[in-house]
Design a protein around this ligand. Sequence first.
Ligand code: AHM
Ligand code: MG
Length: 343
Amino acid sequence: MSIHGRSYRVITLNEFIIERQADFLHAKGELSRLLHHLGVAAKIVNKKINKAGLVDILGRAGDVNVQGEEVQKLDVFANEQFIAALRASGECCGIASEEDQTITVFDEGLSRDGRYVFCMDPLDGSSNIEVNVSVGTIFSIYRRRSEPGTPAQLEDFLQPGTAQVAAGYVIYGSSTMLVYTTGNGVNGFTLDPSIGEFCLSHPDIKTPTSGRIYSLNEGNHVHFPEGVKAYIRHCQKDDPATGRPYTSRYIGSLVSDFHRNLLKGGIFIYPPTGAAPKGKLRLVYECNPIAFVAEQAGGRASDGVGRILERKPVDLHERVPFFVGSRDMVSEAERFLADPPPR
Ligand code: AHM
Ligand code: MG
């Protein structure tokens, strides 16, 4: 491609996936095919989201999802698209989704022999769509524990985050990006709508070790644990280095809040609250994939006490307090939680 007379080598997601295939021990191309299908579904969902203001797709679908929340039509659409794409890949034997109470088992054809399971929040932050705020898809891929050729089991999905073989997110924002890791660093691809391809735009993303942004829903302040309140007071004090407090930024859309902090440096927090005593975000398909990306970019992710990725899920939809972002900020927040200083 030539821009202003200079030529650039554009690396598409598919080229990149194929080039990196050799990174995996005993790679047979299965994970590559799965990631390729994921990229196709992301493009379909992106197209629909872009049209959301134009077509009659907004509004409630009338269903209530497994968390007891109202489901919007685009959630349903995204869920169906990702399920269909992964089923078509033939590499995946089952899916866990925020939208579905139980796992979806692909018990037919090639999929039955598929070596991977896929966990996702197909459209996170979907209540933001009607006000034109960025939303995202979060995903995580595990190697199955059960025998290929047999139906996928719940246990295949309840593995600690340390067992993830790939994870990432798609952010449907001012531009659409796919960011993922397979455990060898983090790479970001921006969708070029003119050619319909995700192109490598953010190779080997590293997050700053510290930052100046803190992101949480301060409306819940009265219900926060004392350590979180103490950490917020710390963020609001003048920083000796700059003479200013930290900056508060909160969109209310996990992927967008995390992505901004990943690139700029910062911490995202969803602590326990009165309404959500275990936190709001789900371990399996929200926190673990984001945590894997954070760690691979040099950041940290904690439940306030220890590493998120080491928690063994007991339930598909379990919630967990979440502290993620720049390494030093997460460690500092943990220190405040462990030993809140007096006011
Ligand atoms: P959802 O999965 O129902 O969309 O909820 C998850 C979203 C996250 O994107 C975001 O971080 C959080 O909920 C915001 O919650 P709150 O409105 O309580 O601050
Ligand atoms: Mg969600």
